[in-house]
Design a protein around this ligand. Structure first.
Ligand SMILES: [Zn+2]
Ligand SMILES: [Zn+2]
Ligand SMILES: [Zn+2]
Length: 470
């Protein structure tokens, strides 16, 4: 059973007797997987924000993905801080049952975290990936929160603590993830922003086209049917009735005696009269005045993790290729591969009739390719998978050590022929990337005779070490 911990950066005592203190400075002394959630003190908003930031900006998924509960007095908890965390509660509520229920309610999130491969050793430094993982771990729909506290007028409070800087990184991160089709967007509001400072607080005003003063008055034009006279409504006003200034007849019924063909404006500063005022926008932040056409018009979206994103959040962005590859090729687990290898080695040694080879292949830059290719990544990875399929044979045994290192047992293939096959693979991959992008996939490989290939682990380590020393 996982239990909550009181999060502190200076080893402060927990206000709850039943809850131990988690001191971030002594992180290695805790069994992180056994922590159900972090309780953060909400007494001081700024301290709470610092602590929530320290958790979410950590690079260990067992820390930054952990559920956070803000504790304090319900009346004093600050709404904007509450929006940043998973849950909030009063100190008085914390009975032993409440703590157990709290831990149970976070079990789904904690099991999601447990499923991350190598979760105990992995560290996530990319804020894009952390954003995706935070959203996927909670199946979180990220909705904009409209606020005057942020100069662009809205925020995504659940994601805010992931980012140290108060700039537009959250928006840029979400745009990136959407381009990669890892999250999907739904329009919530379309809004205008200052093109100079991104401020959403703008005053739209009607001004005089001649002198730009906003001291203008609006009046209606009146057209008298009987005599054809047209003038401003003010000129027709005669005590408490309307009378034509030209022919002195009374105007009683609109549509019968007269109509109002249009409105017009008069500037109180320069007396200019005009039909269409000039609309301008004042920025409350940088104090510039500009034409509405020059403002930034942007969509404010709500975001959800896509099916592709859910997979990438667990296995990593570059694991996408492995998952595509495994639909085209039969990828064996490392243990199965070792069994095949042992059998093949004894067979060759015993009959001495033919040769078999081992190829180790490393794809150097899948993640940066993924970022460069964007939406096209999935298609390119599919084509890459077809290339792999065309080079290797049904009888070859392929295994992926991780998303970018592959081991291939090429049966009945001499080292010379294995080298030819790998050259064909490199040439086809070069062709593929020439037509798809201006960057290359970096492939390194090594070929071994199966009888001289002893331990898969040792050879792989040696191969990866030699490759990185190049
Ligand atoms: Zn004017
Ligand atoms: Zn008249
Ligand atoms: Zn501005």
């Amino acid at each position: 059973m996982r239990t909550p911990f009181y999060f502190s950066r200076n080893n402060a005592a927990s206000p709850l007797a039943a809850v131990g203190t988690f001191n971030l400075a002594e992180i290695s002394t805790y069994d992180l997987a056994s922590i159900s959630c972090f309780l953060v003190d909400g007494k001081s908003a700024s301290e709470a924000i610092d602590n929530i930031g320290a958790i979410r900006q950590h690079d260990n998924p067992l820390i930054y993905l952990k559920p956070i509960v803000l504790i304090g007095n319900m009346n004093t908890l600050i709404k904007t801080v509450e929006e940043n965390v998973d849950h909030s509660a009063s100190v008085e509520q914390f009975s032993p049952e409440y703590l157990d229920n709290l831990s149970a309610s976070f079990e789904t999130i904690n099991q999601w975290i447990d499923a991350i491969p190598d979760v105990a050793t992995v560290s996530d430094s990319s804020s894009r990936f952390k954003t995706l993982r935070l959203m996927a771990s909670r199946d979180l729909k990220i909705t904009p929160y409209y606020t005057v506290e942020h100069h662009n007028g809205f925020n995504y409070p659940k994601l805010k603590p992931l980012f140290a800087k108060k700039d537009n990184s959250i928006e840029r991160t979400l745009e990136f993830l959407e381009q990669q089709q890892l999250i999907t967007a739904k329009l919530k509001r379309r809004a205008h922003f200052c093109p100079h400072c991104d401020c959403a607080f703008l005053n739209f005003k009607e001004t005089c086209p001649d002198c730009q003063s906003d001291n203008i008055e609006t009046d209606e034009l009146i057209h008298h049917f009987k005599c054809g006279h047209t003038d401003s409504a003010a000129k027709f006003k005669h005590f408490n009735k309307m009378q034509c200034p030209k022919c002195d007849n009374d105007l009683k019924h609109i549509g019968v005696d007269y109509d109002k063909p249009s409105t017009f404006h008069e500037c109180n500063e320069c007396s200019h009269t005009f039909q269409d005022p000039r609309v301008l926008a004042d920025c409350y932040n940088c104090h510039r005045t500009m034409e509405p056409d020059n403002l930034d018009l942007r969509d404010i979206n709500e975001y959800e993790v896509s099916a592709l994103g859910k997979n990438a959040a667990i296995f990593g962005l570059d694991a996408l290729f492995t998952s595509i590859l495994s639909t085209d090729l039969n990828l064996y687990a490392q243990d199965e591969f070792k069994n095949f290898l042992a059998v093949e080695r004894s067979r060759i040694k015993r009959y001495k009739l033919s040769q078999s080879s081992i190829a180790l292949i490393h794809l150097g830059n899948l993640e940066s390719l993924f970022e460069t290719l964007g939406k096209k990544a999935e298609q390119v990875f599919k084509e890459l998978s077809v290339v792999f399929k065309s080079v290797f044979r049904e009888s070859d045994v392929i295994s992926a050590r991780n998303e970018s290192v592959f081991c291939v047992l090429m049966t009945e293939t001499s080292e010379t022929n294995a080298n030819l096959a790998i050259s064909r693979l490199s040439a086809s991959v070069d062709d593929l990337f020439k037509t798809n992008s201006n960057i290359d996939l970096l492939i390194s490989s090594a070929i071994y005779n199966v009888v001289e290939f002893d331990s898969l682990e040792d050879q792989l380590d040696l191969f990866l070490a030699e490759k990185s020393s190049l």
